[in-house]
Design a protein around this ligand. Sequence first.
Ligand code: SF4
Ligand code: SF4
Length: 68
Amino acid sequence: MARTEFNIELCKGCGLCVSVCPQKIIALRKDILNSKGFHPSGVEDMDRCTGCTICATICPDCVITVYR
Ligand code: SF4
Ligand code: SF4
């Protein structure tokens, strides 16, 4: 089983990770603003994460860490 962690303070809400996740389980969290004023992304259904690491690879700001 895989798990991802998002360092939300580093996220600029660009949405790249949202667009590449094969499982379509990443979304921008409209309920949260980080200290830079962005809506950070997060995983909505962690049970469906396969640990493929595509999200972590594409993120330009190294926000995402994948554990598996
Ligand atoms: S590791 Fe893969 S399946 Fe899991 S959230 Fe990232 S892109 Fe999606
Ligand atoms: S790719 Fe990185 S900076 Fe862009 S929304 Fe995803 S986690 Fe945030």
